[in-house]
Design a protein around this ligand. Structure first.
Ligand code: ATP
Length: 448
């Protein structure tokens, strides 16, 4: 879908169906913040759960962590964020807007007619200066410099500072990884493209520690595995690519970085970066903390600083990619058999917020009671939704828009032969299944 209104229609669907709302909306909104509604919170959680299941629960070589959002200021001095985590900022002295110097051609001057900053004769752009993206706050009751801390701009440093704790408290041996999911905060100069670039967002990060001589091999393995993860969850074909950074894009310590990128309606955007960081981070924290962060290998009796491969993904940014990929408009017959446009979210069954909706065809002849019994039974296994209001065709449409993969209808025949119809969201085909087989039927299809 290449037309420019796709994002508008998707944003409107997200609000209408309770996926995503603007933060602090009733007070006019707070730029760069978003709230996840009843369906959005399930989608976001399903993405995080899929990531945790596939990278932590089902692997022997990765353990989890949940570190603090507030961390000592020295953490960010050691990591280099305090001096280098900046974007080039330009002010306009006339309209008082601020722009990223490297994104002038993608930015709009607020004056009409719409032009790029600097193109109206009243524009007075300053020279670019470094703007640090970390949010500051204070610990304790005194707001003075000594008490100043940052909200973390990434979850990764929480992992590095706990490397020794994890080694000492578990029996895990190199090669191994530490995984963390959590909120990160960046005071982005221009938050934009819906939830793509926000000021508060969630990340899913792994630091994978290995011997220096095996690091290239692990880098290649992680790069390929992470690319495949998105494909397996439905981001297929030409909308997804793996892009190796050129030498000029690499940080001075990095031996290689690849980005998993998705073709959003406005163009390519990064979903995840997989970076070979060498021993940079542990070395920095060792130097700044004065603590020995080397690893002792029992077998070879060697002591060394491990090398690190870092797959760093955005959970909330992935929400947007999965929604963009799922958003479709096709033709379907309405109640009278006339074809009309249907909006549907073709989310992967693992990610869909509600797995099945249960409808009595009419509100009589025992159909609501039989439907409720099935609903209560399925509810023990996964999120389901019960709806008895309005024409069944319209109930299907609501669930199509919500991304629900299956709709069950309990009708007159159910009382006589114990079967219900199960309608597939994507093909719109219906099958009759006996009630005792419904759970197995759904479970089989939900894990695919
Ligand atoms: P970008 O170049 O888009 O700003 P980045 O290279 O700075 O991203 P990283 O620091 O590598 O991003 O962060 C890892 C991941 O965290 C990104 O791939 C992205 O999915 C997510 N992420 C980073 N910044 C934001 C943001 N402002 N809003 C939402 N997600 C973000």
């Amino acid at each position: 879908m290449a037309d420019n209104t796709v994002m508008e229609r998707l944003v409107s669907l997200c609000k209408r169906r309770g996926y995503i709302f603007a933060g602090s909306e009733i007070y006019g909104g707070l730029k760069g913040t978003w709230d996840y509604g009843p369906l959005g919170v399930e989608l976001l959680r399903n993405i995080k759960n899929a990531w945790w299941h596939d990278n932590v629960t089902t692997r022997e070589d990765i353990v989890g962590l949940d570190s603090s959002i507030l961390m000592a200021r020295t953490v960010w001095q050691a990591s280099g964020h305090e001096s280098n985590f900046t974007d080039p900022l330009i002010d306009c002295k006339c309209c008082k807007e601020r722009f990223r110097a490297d994104q002038i051609m993608e930015s709009q001057c607020p004056r009409k007619p719409s032009k790029h900053p600097g193109e109206h004769h009243e524009c007075q752009l300053t020279e670019a200066r470094k703007f640090n993206l970390m949010f500051k706050t204070f610990v304790g009751p005194v707001e003075e410099d000594a008490q100043m801390v940052y909200l973390r701009p990434e979850t990764a440093q929480g992992i590095f500072v706990n490397f020794k704790n994890v080694c000492d408290s578990t029996r895990i041996k190199i090669p191994f990884g530490i995984a963390q999911i959590g909120k990160s905060f960046r005071n982005e100069i221009t938050p934009k493209q819906f939830i793509f670039r926000s000021r508060e967002f969630e990340q899913m990060e792994i630091e994978f520690f290995c011997k220096p001589e095996t690091s290239q091999e692990w880098y290649a393995r992680w790069r390929d595995a992470r690319f495949k993860w998105y494909q397996d969850l439905g981001l297929k074909g030409s909308n997804l690519r793996l892009r190796e950074h050129g030498k000029e894009e690499l940080s001075f310590y990095s031996c290689g970085t690849s980005d998993v990128e998705y073709m959003f309606p406005w163009g390519w955007g990064e979903l995840e970066g997989i970076a070979h960081r060498g021993d940079y981070d542990l070395k920095q924290h060792q130097q700044f903390s004065g603590k020995d962060l080397t690893y002792f290998d029992d077998e070879t009796k060697e002591r060394f600083l491990p090398h690190v491969i870092e797959p760093s993904a955005g959970a909330t940014r992935s929400v947007l990619a999965f929604l963009c990929e799922a958003f479709a408009e096709d033709q379907a017959p309405n109640e009278k058999g006339v074809m009309e446009t249907r909006t549907v979210l073709r989310l992967h069954p693992r990610l869909a917020p509600v797995k099945a909706a249960i409808f009595p065809l009419v509100k009589k002849e025992g159909m609501p009671e039989r439907s409720m019994a099935i609903y209560k039974d399925l509810q023990k296994h996964f999120p389901v939704f019960y709806d008895e209001k309005g024409a069944v065709g319209r109930r299907y449409r609501r669930q199509d828009e919500a991304g629900t993969p299956f709709c069950l209808t309990i009708d007159g025949q159910t009382a006589t032969d114990q079967t219900v119809t199960i309608r597939d969201r994507d093909s719109m085909k219906q099958e009759r299944v006996t009630t005792d087989k419904v759970l197995g039927y759904l479970l089989e299809r939900l894990k695919s």
